[in-house]
Design a protein around this ligand. Structure first.
Ligand code: MRU
Length: 338
């Protein structure tokens, strides 16, 4: 098995993850050999982004299968991986598809399924970006939040993939990158990807978008998703809801972008999406390749939900691999694949 994306590689059944907590200053590939190591990598966001945590967990199961793990052991591993993070449904989707809700598979079939999940994610990204780039025009100032590019998927990304596609089509665009407190996926990761891809961008703190909208610099926003409910509400990185509200106030289009694997048809509305709560520490300071800083009083209480829910009523259109759905269509569940 030889697979390679921006943030994961699987070479002769050895799985390596690019440690995203160390980006952009250090590019360290960590070899993942044990289940606790894989689960920790997901929890600590060494590997992150809704599609990529599903893909990487599936590949890890394939590595275990190749090493001769029994079906029972693999099933137990899938159950543990399933619970590593609660919000992004792609992880559960991948574990269900591999083992938990599938007919029993041989090792060879599990390996094949994991490869298919990887390649499918690459194709889904291309489909989303093709649909989404039509909504971007010359001269656009685009706001994005968190990281939704090659570091978050096996392919070129969701929202950032759309932006990349428009850039590659020669459209003159400028991207405003929310730094995305508290873990700085925008400031560290989206900025890193924009640099590599030579996409013109300006990094902003999360509280600066409104002033840029009022000044006419931002014309639309593209964001990713971690779980889309049956009524079109969706969870994404904390702060996405703020972006949606700001777009609404300023009359600007707001486009979430996601593959079908992010849709949870069993979840009737955004109110039912489980939201990951993370350590208060992450709000009191920051850590990364630059070291660790704590700026708050050491006993300061911190509120740290990793995601928020944006109601479908704030969406202009939702861009999926299988099509683009406006608010009325979302409300009718037209985005749900049969
Ligand atoms: O906590 P993270 O970094 O895994 O959160 C990622 C996001 O919220 C992304 O916007 C989402 O997963 C879509 S990635 C294509």
């Amino acid at each position: 098995m030889n697979l390679h994306s921006l943030a994961i590689k699987c070479v002769d059944f050895e799985l390596f993850l690019l440690d995203q907590t160390k980006l952009p200053h250090q590019e360290i590939w960590e070899k993942i050999t044990t289940l606790p190591q894989m689960i920790a990598a997901i929890k600590e966001l060494k590997v992150r982004g809704a599609p990529l945590i599903g893909v990487s967990a599936a590949l890890f199961l394939a590595v275990m299968a190749k090493e001769g793990a029994s079906f029972e052991t693999l099933k137990k591993a899938a159950q543990e991986l399933f619970q590593a993070r609660p919000t992004a449904v792609n992880l559960m989707w991948a574990m269900d598809r591999m083992i938990l809700k599938s007919v029993p598979k041989t090792s060879a079939e599990l390996i094949k399924e994991a490869e298919m999940i990887f390649h499918e994610d690459v194709r889904l990204c291309l489909a989303m970006t093709k649909h989404g780039a039509d909504f971007i025009h010359d001269g656009d100032g685009i706001l994005t939040h968190c990281n939704t590019g090659g570091l978050a998927t096996a392919g070129i990304g969701t929202a950032l993939g759309v932006i990349r596609k428009a850039h590659e089509q020669g459209k003159k665009i400028h991207v405003y990158v929310d730094e995305t407190r508290p873990l700085l996926q925008g400031g560290r990761l989206t900025a890193f990807e924009c640099e590599k891809l030579k996409i013109p961008y300006t990094l902003i703190c999360d509280n600066m978008a409104a002033v840029l909208m009022a000044a006419g610099k931002i014309h639309k926003a593209f964001v990713g998703a971690d779980r889309v409910a049956a009524n079109g509400d969706f969870a994404n990185k904390i702060g996405t809801y703020n972006v949606a509200v700001l777009c609404h106030y300023h009359g600007l289009p707001f486009y979430p972008v996601a593959p079908y694997s992010t849709i949870d048809p069993q979840c009737a509305s955004g109110k039912l999406i489980p939201i990951e709560m993370r350590e208060e520490n992450e709000v009191r300071g920051a850590k990364g390749s630059f070291g660790e800083v704590v700026w708050a009083p050491k006993n300061a209480r911190g509120f740290n939900p990793a995601f928020d829910v944006t109601p479908a009523t704030l969406i202009t259109s939702f861009i999926f691999d299988h099509g683009v759905f406006n608010q009325a269509q979302l409300r009718m569940g037209a985005h749900l694949k049969s």
